[in-house]
Write a protein that binds this ligand. Structure first.
Ligand code: SF4
Ligand code: FES
Length: 259
């Protein structure tokens, strides 16, 4: 960092208390990230400042904060662009503050779990007892014919490049909650499933190995707070740091449900 400094205001909050702003003059250069600035504040001025991070590389999704009212990844956002406006860092919207910039993610994760965000596999392909399988061992002929039928792993998991491409974009989600914080619908409809969960549901629906479409469709379309509150403002898609398009995922479900 250089001897230039930037005025950084951080919203701080103790459990059970009202939020308050504290301002710090933080040295920076062109590469200083919001997360670097928070580290500097913690190391030099406010040791109790609480915030989350892990990978520092835009991968883990844990460092989301609001910067001047917009959700961003702290590790991927440089502060230099804010040298004239100054910088206010607050906790992610639509989540309860635990302390300072650390928020409770339980509600977000519960909504995610509600759409079964994992593979619900097609019925397993069983090989006859004693079959050599896709990679027969040299002594295949001597296999016990009374052996229990085995799962044909390759038959279940093989995909063509085109099948992978169908869900690749949606699979980039890192559950960072930025879209959830950006969504204006959640200001008014707290129970709305939210963009990340719908995008993840869609990711699995588009996966040729998965057979859970009906389960997820029921969870989203038969629930008035599933996909229906979305008015297609698109703030979620603009906020996503990984290029996921949750607004389209929601739109696709809405169209399917309307026939
Ligand atoms: S869709 Fe994008 S913004 Fe939303 S949780 Fe996933 S990575 Fe984050
Ligand atoms: S610290 Fe992991 S995404 Fe920012």
């Amino acid at each position: 960092m250089t001897d230039q400094t930037l005025r950084v205001t951080v919203t701080r909050q103790e459990p059970g208390e009202e939020p308050r702003d504290e301002t710090f003059d933080v040295p920076f250069d062109d590469r200083t990230s919001v997360l670097d600035a928070l580290d500097w504040i913690k190391d030099h001025s406010a040791p109790s400042l609480t915030f989350r991070w892990s990978c520092r590389s835009g991968v883990c999704g844990s460092c989301g904060v609001m910067v001047n009212g917009r959700p961003v990844l702290g590790c991927e956002t440089t502060v230099a662009g804010y040298r004239t406006s100054g910088l206010t860092v607050g906790p992610m919207a639509h989540a309860t503050v635990q302390r300072d910039l650390a928020v409770d993610t339980d509600e977000f994760l519960a909504k995610l779990r509600g759409v079964s965000p994992w593979m619900l596999p097609t019925p397993p392909v069983l090989q006859p007892a004693g079959a050599p399988g896709p990679h027969p061992s040299p002594d295949a002929e001597s296999q016990d014919p009374s052996a229990v039928p085995s799962l044909d792993v390759l038959a279940v998991h093989s995909q063509t490049p085109g099948q992978v491409e169908a869900y690749r974009g949606l699979s980039q989600c890192i559950d960072c909650m930025l879209c959830y914080a950006a969504c204006p619908v959640l200001d008014d409809v707290a129970g709305f499933t939210g963009p990340a969960a719908v995008a993840t549901a869609r990711r699995w629906d588009l996966d040729s190995r998965d057979d859970g479409n009906e389960t997820r469709f029921l969870a989203l379309a038969e629930n008035e707070e599933g996909i229906w509150p979305c008015t297609q403002v698109g703030a979620c898609t603009r906020a996503c740091p990984k290029g996921v398009d949750p607004a389209k995922a929601i739109r696709d479900y809405q169209r399917e449900a309307l026939g």
